[in-house]
Ligand binder design. Structure first.
Ligand SMILES: [Ca+2]
Ligand SMILES: [Ca+2]
Length: 150
């Protein structure tokens, strides 16, 4: 039989190893998160639809299961909001939310705007689930680059 002090030490060791496991488990589970924002569309910002679509936010599903994104939202710092249509993102895949108009396809959905949403100097992207739960945010504040890895 363990003496009380040894028992306490054994319990403390067991507790410590449980705590140590949690972050690793959370990492292995992955998440749906922001991956990259391309905020300064290539070339002059002419507001053409192709230029608007050169501006996008990329979202990655790093979980081991596919996720239905319907109702997920992407917002900028001003509060402009994109709400995902029905779109199932496979495990390990990415999807780009283009600013302009277009037809949804694998890896691409379209906000449908007629003007830019991601400021060229600074902005914040926020990703939330359909129920409004915070998932991720990504900020940038430099005109030296055209995009930011989140
Ligand atoms: Ca540009
Ligand atoms: Ca903005």
């Amino acid at each position: 039989m363990l003496r009380p002090r040894m028992l306490a030490a054994a319990v403390a060791t067991a507790a410590a190893s449980t705590v140590a496991l949690l972050p690793a488990q959370a990492q292995a589970a992955g998440s749906v998160h922001l991956y990259r924002v391309y905020y300064d569309s290539p070339g002059s910002d002419t507001r053409s639809n192709s230029s608007l679509n050169g501006e996008w936010v990329q979202i990655k599903n790093s979980t081991s299961s596919s996720v239905q994104l319907k109702g997920y939202t992407v917002r900028d710092a001003t509060g402009y909001k994109f709400t995902f249509p029905s779109y199932r993102i496979s495990a390990g895949k990415t999807v780009k939310v283009h600013t302009g108009k277009g037809t949804q396809s694998a890896g691409h959905v379209y906000w449908g705007r007629g003007s830019y949403v991601w400021n060229n100097d600074r902005d914040t992207v926020t990703l939330r689930t359909a129920s409004g739960a915070f998932r991720d945010s990504c900020s940038y504040n430099s005109t030296r680059y055209d995009s930011k890895m989140c």
